[in-house]
Design a binder for this molecule. Structure first.
Ligand SMILES: C[S@@+](CC[C@H](N)C(=O)[O-])C[C@H]1O[C@@H](n2cnc3c(N)ncnc32)[C@H](O)[C@@H]1O
Length: 344
C-alpha cells in the first residue's frame, strides 16, 4: 500500500507501537523514500529557480547594453574600397599603405622604387607615366608657365603629402629656387623629407591649412637665420598649389579661411592652382566638401583674387576625375599681412 500524504509521517507514537515490527519497518522505509524524493524535487526546483534568475540578469544586461549603444552618436566613417576610416587623415596615414616604404625606409632612397610607387602612397592609383603626365598638366597653363620658368621662383605646396608632386616638379624645373611643402600629418611629411633630401631647395613643414595662426607661425619659424628670413615672409611666394587637398576641409567657411591662408603667403599677382575640386556630392568620393565654381566665385567677393583659368579635369584621362575641375587664381590685392618684420 502507498502512503500518499505526508500526514503518515505524523502517525502518533501510540499507533506506531501498535503496528507489528515488519509493518513498522515498511512504513518507515516508505516515509524515508518519500522524504528523499521530496528533497530531490526541491533541489531540482531550486536549480531551476537559480537558472531563471541568471537568465533574467543576463537578459537585463543584454537589453541595457543594446539600449546604451543605440543611444551613442555613431561617428560617420569614410568608406574607401573595403576599408572604413574615421577621417581623411586616418586614410592618408593608413599603415597598410605607408608600410609599403619597407623596413628602415630603404625604398625611399631608391629612385626606381620611388618613380613607380611614391605617388601611390598618396592614393593616386595610376601608373608612373600617367602620374608624370598628371603633374605636367597641373602646371601647363601659360600664366603658370611664365611664373614657373622665371628664376628665382618660390613655390608653396599646401597638403604636400609624401612629396610625390614636389619630387617630380623639382626634377623638371631648375628655375625653382625654393619649394616649401605644408602637410598636416607629421608622419606623411617625414616621408617627403626623406625622398627630397638630396634637393636643398625643398623644405617640408607640418601644419594644418585651415589653421591660420599655426600655418603662418610654422612658415615664419622655418627661417634658419635672419638672412634667409625673406623667403618665409607673408606675401613672398610666387606660386602656390593645392593638388587634391582643398576638398578635405568640411565647410564653405573653412574653404574661405584656407584660401585666405594660402593667399596670405603669396605676393600680389602670385598664382594659386587648385585641383580636384568636386562639383557635386557624387564626385566628392573621399573628399569632405563639394566645391562648385559658384563657391569659388562667392569667396572671391571677400578675398581679393580673380579666376584666370577653369579646366574640366574629366577630360584629362588620368584616374577617375568625373565632375571635377581645376582653377588658377591670381591674387589681385592685399590679403592677410603683407610685410615682414625683420627685427622680430
Ligand atoms: C591626395 S593627397 C595629395 C598630396 C600631394 N598634394 C600630391 O599631389 O601628391 C592630400 C594630402 O593633403 C593632406 N591634408 C589633408 N588635410 C589637410 C590639412 N587640413 N592641412 C594640411 N594638409 C592636409 C593629407 O594628409 C594628404 O597628404
Amino acid at each position: 500500500m502507498l502512503f500518499p500524504s505526508i500526514g503518515i509521517m505524523k502517525l502518533s507514537n501510540r499507533r506506531q507501537t501498535t503496528l507489528p515490527s515488519r509493518r513498522k519497518q515498511e512504513v518507515e522505509g516508505k516515509a524515508n523514500e518519500f522524504s528523499s524524493n521530496n528533497k530531490k524535487v526541491m533541489i531540482v526546483m531550486q536549480k531551476r529557480n537559480i537558472r531563471l534568475v541568471w537568465s533574467g540578469i543576463a537578459f537585463f544586461l543584454f537589453a541595457a547594453t543594446v539600449l546604451l549603444l543605440s543611444s551613442q552618436p555613431q561617428k560617420e566613417r569614410m568608406l574607401v574600397g573595403k576599408k572604413k576610416f574615421a577621417t581623411p587623415l586616418e586614410w592618408f596615414e593608413d599603415e597598410k599603405t605607408l608600410n609599403k616604404v619597407g623596413e628602415s625606409n630603404k625604398n625611399l632612397l631608391d629612385d626606381d622604387w620611388l618613380d613607380m610607387n611614391l605617388h601611390r602612397l598618396s592614393h593616386w592609383e595610376f601608373p608612373h607615366k600617367e602620374w608624370e603626365s598628371y603633374v605636367s598638366k597641373l602646371v601647363r597653363y601659360d600664366d603658370v608657365q611664365s611664373v614657373l620658368k622665371k628664376t628665382p621662383c618660390r613655390m608653396l605646396e599646401i597638403g604636400g603629402g609624401v612629396g610625390a608632386f614636389s619630387r617630380s616638379l623639382l626634377r623638371s624645373y631648375d628655375s625653382l629656387s625654393e619649394f616649401t611643402s605644408i602637410e598636416k600629418s607629421a608622419k606623411v611629411m617625414e616621408i617627403s623629407r626623406i625622398v627630397n633630401k638630396k634637393d636643398a631647395r625643398f623644405r617640408a613643414l607640418s601644419a594644418s591649412m585651415e589653421d591660420s595662426k599655426g600655418m603662418r607661425a610654422t612658415i615664419a619659424a622655418a627661417a634658419p637665420d635672419i638672412s634667409s628670413w625673406d623667403g618665409r615672409c607673408p606675401g613672398s611666394y610666387d606660386i602656390a598649389i593645392m593638388s587634391g587637398v582643398l576638398c578635405y576641409v568640411g565647410t564653405e567657411d573653412l574653404v574661405r579661411i584656407t584660401l585666405d591662408n594660402a593667399f596670405t603667403e603669396l605676393r600680389v599677382d602670385g598664382l594659386l592652382i587648385i585641383s580636384i575640386l568636386p562639383k557635386t556630392r557624387e564626385s566628392m568620393r573621399s573628399c569632405e566638401t563639394a566645391i562648385p565654381l559658384p563657391m569659388i566665385e562667392r569667396i572671391s567677393k571677400t578675398l581679393q583674387y580673380e579666376i584666370i583659368t577653369t579646366d574640366d579635369m574629366s577630360k584629362w584621362g588620368t584616374g577617375n576625375q568625373a565632375d571635377r575641375y581645376l582653377v588658377v587664381l591670381r591674387k589681385t590685392g592685399k590679403i592677410g599681412e603683407s610685410s615682414c618684420d625683420h627685427t622680430e
